[in-house]
Design a protein around this ligand. Structure first.
Ligand code: AN0
Ligand code: CP
Length: 317
């Protein structure tokens, strides 16, 4: 595997999940693959889970791991070509990327949407420059439009907990005080559309996701209706995607918060969220603390999704 940016990079998805579950049972069994190999993780944005789980995954595989926080201690980076660099940015990505590539064997990149320019975000300008200029396999640790390590961990979690062959999975928008990217819901949809689930997306009008991610999912604007009979409820906030509101908050309607009343409409559903989560905005205390809440095992599976991707990248070096 040379790049990991979306569900297609995994090939056969059932096979990928089976491989992940094998790795979970034997996570130190592949140490030989990463001996004397170096993983570099480059963060343009904050992280708790991605940083720790991916580093742990690399260590499980015997790799050396290095982390660069671009905004803490590195030179400020220019990302656009052709700019006269007379401002506060001391270095260009076009030099920084091949230099970083020269010190490692595999690179992970986190670079969120900036919401400054929809085209730049949806063309994945930063991630694609790493793919083009680093000379190394590159994986997304949440880029502008996708968070495939999260969605892979989510699918692994659903496989572990599902009670029927084809569970009903509902992705629901929920309110949040800040404008958040579409990366997590995009990737969740990308994966659920390829998985054997009955997939429904619910959100207030105006929050439609990009059609290349929605694909054949059922979109239901009535949250209560969408939740009926759900086996898994996956909550997430995102800012508007469609023009002219790209990156804007259109609703702060707290009736969309996932509460015990909402969960009572479901088929005793499991609750999922990628974390970090704002309690009593996205989800009530009692729901996230209930026995049906999967947020901790879901986060734990981030180590497994990352290890599966890194293992495949090491095998292709
Ligand atoms: C980020 C987001 O919504 O994309 C990261 C989630 C994994 N969340 C926040 O910035 C709060
Ligand atoms: N879920 C997730 O990616 O969390 P972090 O932003 O803490 O890495």
């Amino acid at each position: 595997m040379k790049t990991y940016t979306n569900v297609k990079d995994l090939g056969n998805l059932n096979k990928a999940v089976r491989e992940a579950l094998e790795i979970k049972k034997n996570r130190f069994g592949y140490k030989h693959l990463g001996t004397d190999k170096t993983l570099l993780m480059v963060f343009f944005n904050s992280s708790l889970r991605t940083r720790l789980s991916t580093q742990k995954a690399g260590m499980n595989l015997g790799m050396n791991t290095m982390v660069l926080d671009v905004n803490q201690g590195a030179w400020k980076l220019e990302t656009e070509r052709g700019i006269i660099m007379d401002g506060d940015k001391s270095e260009h990505l076009l030099e920084a990327i091949p230099v970083m590539g020269s010190y490692c064997d595999i690179i992970g990149v986190r670079a969120f949407a900036t919401f400054e320019n929809k085209n730049d975000d949806y063309q994945e300008n930063i991630l694609n420059q790493f793919i083009k200029y680093s000379g190394r396999p590159v994986f997304s640790m949440e880029a502008a439009t996708a968070h495939p390590l999260q969605a892979f961990a989510d699918l692994i979690t659903i496989e572990e907990y599902k009670k029927t062959a084809r569970p009903k999975v509902v992705l629901t928008w929920a309110p949040h005080p800040k404008a958040l990217p579409q990366a997590v819901p995009n990737s969740f949809a990308d994966f659920m559309n390829e998985a054997d689930v009955d997939f429904v997306i619910t959100h207030p009008k105006g929050y439609d996701l990009a059609s290349q991610f929605v694909r054949n999912a059922k979109v239901e604007y009535d949250q209560n209706k969408a939740l009926e009979g759900a086996d898994f409820v996956y909550a997430k906030n995102w800012a508007a995607y469609t023009d002219p509101n790209y990156g804007k908050i259109l609703s702060s309607d707290r009736s969309w918060t996932v509460t015990a009343e909402k969960m009572a409409l479901t088929n005793n559903a499991y609750f999922m969220h990628c974390l970090p989560v704002r309690r009593n905005m996205i989800v009530s205390d009692d729901v996230i603390e209930s026995p049906q809440s999967l947020v901790i095992p879901e986060a734990a599976n981030r180590e497994i999704s990352a290890q599966t991707v890194l293992k495949r990248m090491l095998e292709s070096l």
